[in-house]
Design a protein around this ligand. Sequence first.
Ligand code: PHE
Length: 340
Amino acid sequence: MIIDELKKIKDDAVGELEKVENLKDINEIKVRVFGKSGLLTALSKGIKELPIDQRPLVGAKINDVRIFLQEKISEKEFFLEKQELENKLANEKIDITEPGKDVIVGALHPINDVIDKLTDICVSMGFSVVEGPEIESDYYNFEAMNIPKNHPSRDMQDTFFITDEILLRSQTSAVQAREMEKRKPPFKIVCPGKTYRNDSDATHSPIFNQLEGLVVDENVSMADLKSMLTILMKRLFGEDTAIRFRPSFFPFTEPSIEVDVSCPNCHGKGCSTCKGTGMLELLGAGIVNPKVLEMSGINSKKYKGFAFGFGLDRTAMILDSINNIKNLYRNDIRFLSQFK
Ligand code: PHE
């Protein structure tokens, strides 16, 4: 009886081993045959029921089968391991002669590039970067900047009004009053962003970009403004850049200046970029009008400020030799991909 069972166990196991295709299934066979409650173990337990003289013989036979099956299993395991490794190697094969896949990397828009460069320089000088809304109230865009309703200086900027009180901001100066109301001096902020005016030719676009800067502290002077702007320009356009300050007028600064830099294209000799003048006008600036400080709740006896407004489109056009401002807003991939 035991001998018949033993034969069956052996034949079954051999049959299964032939069919088995992976190491996991082999393990199952191992457990079923040799495990603690496996078939051979159960059979061995039956030996003590046999007459004494048969016991050694049957024990030896069970042992033979155990050894036989263990060998078969090892052979099969060896074969399957080898096969698995070969499969793995075949699947992971890399053809190093195949041409690589193109990785398409985008480019920063020239305006964003200028914003990054300028804000980096300003942050290194201790400025914080802030933002403000593009749809703005008449109050922040004009009144808080000392430009009352019907004041002639409103004509300096041809503004897009949405209602009598709401407009598309015509200058990032609108953010000045917002920040002055929020902050306690001393503070230094820059605000890059889009601005809008009804103006359109090769150097003017109805949408354009400015970067506003504002410093409020005790004892701020025109000398601080001039030295800060000189450093800013030299870092942006190069150490050999010449800077010219001209008197000007803005209702929110007193005194006011306009700032020109030597044309980075011809270094002041005169070319088409600077229309033969050798200089380029890039920003308006000045000492914050005390009226503006007071309107936003800052004590103008104690605190002074300086502010500047940078034309970013102009700057991008100079740095990247772009001749028509409209190219900055057409989103033509052929144009934009040049700036990689
Ligand atoms: N807001 C002014 C403009 O758009 C520029 C400016 C900013 C001038 C800050 C002085 C101070 O023309």
